[in-house]
Design a binder for this molecule. Structure first.
Ligand code: PLP
Length: 377
C-alpha cells in the first residue's frame, strides 16, 4: 500500500513520467520485523532487489550485512558504509579476477556450488570461507529459481571436502527456497538437506558452522501473505527439528521481503482501446511495461495491485501492456486484470509493492524510453 509519505511526495512534487517512490520508513520497519522474527540470524540484504544508495545506507547504519553478486555490488555496499566483514559474495558464478578484486577489498565469504568454482576461490582468495549452495525444488514459490544455482546435497559434500583440501575454510551450506515463497514448510525440506551435509562431513572431521537460509520472504501483492513472525517460527522449529541443540550460525538474505512493499510506481494510462467492436476485453497501455521495470510480470508470475482514482466503481477485464514497440511487452493477458470501466486515457495509476526488482530490471533506453526513475524518501 502506498504510505501517506509517498502520496504526499507524489502530490507535491508531481514527478513527470513513470517513477518509483520508496519509503525508507517501511524499509526500516521491515528490517526490525526480520530482526524480531529471527533474532539469532544475521540479515544479509540481497542488494540486487534494490541497490538505491539511500536504502543501502539506511540498512548499513542499522547493522545489516549484504549479499552481493558482483564487484560493483560489493562496492555499492562498501560505499554505503558496510565493512568488508559484513559482505558476502553470494553469486555462485564469478570470474576469477572478480574474486581476486573482492578479496583485495577484504571480502572473505564466498558462495560455491561446484569444485570448479572452489578452485578459482582457492587461487584468488586463499583461506577464505566458502559455503556450498544446494538445490531446492522451489515448490510453492511464485518466482522459482530453477536449477541454475546449487548442486545436490551429496555433491555439496564433495565440494566442501574439496574446499578444505584446497586450504579454504569449509564454512557452511546455503539454499534459496525460491522467491515470493508463501509455503512456510519450504525451509524445512531445505534445512533437512543442509543437516545431511553437516552430518556426513562431521563424520570426516569437517565441522561446518553456518547455514545460509537465503531469501524468499514474500511481499503482499493481491493476496495476503504470512507475516515475518510466522516465517521465523516455522524456520526456528525446523532448525530445532533437524539440528537439535546444536543449531549452527544462520543467515537470511531477504530481498523482496525487505523492500518490496516500500515502493510504489506511479504510471499514466497512455491508451485504452479494443481490437474489435464486440470485444469485451479492453487493452490498457501504460507508460511502463516489462522493459521499464515490470519484468516480473513475465509469465504473469507477479501480479501487482493497481490503484486508480475510480476504484469502487464497476470493473471490466483489461489486457495490460507497456508502451514499447515490442510485442512481448504485454503484462497481463492470459488472466486479464479487472480495472474500472471509468478509467480513461491520461489517468494516473499506482502500481503497489514495486520496491523490489523493478529499477534493476529496467532497460537503459529501449525505444528511447528512459530507465525507471526512483525517489527514495
Ligand atoms: C536474489 C537472491 C536473494 C533474495 O531473494 P528474495 O526472494 O528477493 O528474498 C537472496 N539470496 C540470493 C543468493 C539471491 O540470489
Amino acid at each position: 500500500m502506498a504510505t501517506q509519505r509517498v502520496l504526499d511526495f507524489l502530490a507535491t512534487r508531481r514527478p513527470a513520467g513513470p517513477c518509483l517512490v520508496v519509503d525508507l520508513d517501511v524499509v526500516r520497519d521491515n528490517f526490525h520485523a526480520f530482526e524480531k522474527a529471527l533474532p539469532d540470524s544475521k540479515i544479509y540484504y540481497a542488494v540486487k532487489a534494490n541497490p538505491a544508495p539511500e536504502i543501502l545506507r539506511l540498512l548499513a547504519a542499522m547493522g545489516s550485512s549484504f549479499d552481493t553478486a558482483s564487484v560493483a555490488e560489493v562496492e555499492m555496499a562498501m560505499d554505503a558504509g558496510a565493512p568488508a566483514d559484513r559482505i558476502s559474495f553470494g553469486n555462485t558464478i564469478k570470474k576469477e579476477r572478480d574474486i581476486l578484486r573482492a578479496y583485495e577489498l577484504g571480502i572473505r565469504l564466498f558462495a560455491v556450488d561446484c569444485v570448479e568454482e572452489v578452485d578459482k576461490i582457492a587461487r584468488a582468495a586463499p583461506g577464505a570461507r566458502v559455503f556450498c549452495r544446494v538445490l531446492t525444488d522451489g515448490e510453492g514459490a511464485e518466482w522459482p529459481l530453477s536449477r541454475k544455482f546449487g548442486c545436490v546435497p551429496a555433491m555439496a559434500v564433495d565440494v566442501l571436502r574439496h574446499a578444505k583440501a584446497r586450504g579454504l575454510d569449509a564454512y557452511g551450506v546455503s539454499f534459496h527456497v525460491g522467491s515470493q515463497q508463501c509455503d512456510l514448510t519450504a525451509w524445512d525440506r531445505a534445512l533437512g538437506d543442509a543437516k545431511k551435509v553437516f552430518a556426513t562431513l562431521a563424520e570426516e572431521g569437517i565441522v561446518l558452522k553456518m547455514v545460509n537460509m537465503g531469501g524468499g520472504f514474500p511481499t503482499r501483492y493481491l493476496k495476503d501473505v504470512p507475516a515475518a513472525q510466522a516465517y521465523g517460527q516455522a524456520i526456528f522449529g525446523s532448525l530445532r527439528k533437524h539440528f537439535g541443540n546444536q543449531i549452527p550460525e544462520t543467515i537470511i538474505e531477504p530481498g523482496r521481503g525487505m523492500v518490496g512493499n516500500a515502493g510504489v510506481i506511479k504510471s499514466e494510462v497512455v491508451l485504452i482501446s479494443k481490437k474489435a467492436d464486440n470485444d469485451n476485453v479492453r487493452w490498457v497501455y501504460l507508460d511502463i511495461g516489462k522493459f521499464g521495470g515490470l519484468a516480473e510480470t513475465m509469465d504473469e508470475a507477479i501480479r501487482y495491485p493497481i490503484v486508480t482514482r475510480h476504484d469502487g466503481g464497476e470493473v471490466a477485464p483489461c489486457v495490460l501492456a507497456g508502451p514499447t514497440c515490442d510485442s512481448a511487452d504485454v503484462m497481463y493477458e492470459k488472466t486479464p486484470y479487472p480495472l474500472p470501466l471509468s478509467l480513461t486515457i491520461g489517468d494516473e495509476v499506482l502500481i503497489e509493492g514495486t520496491g523490489a526488482y523493478t529499477t534493476t530490471y529496467s532497460a537503459v533506453a529501449f525505444n528511447g524510453f528512459e530507465p525507471l526513475r526512483s525517489y527514495v524518501i
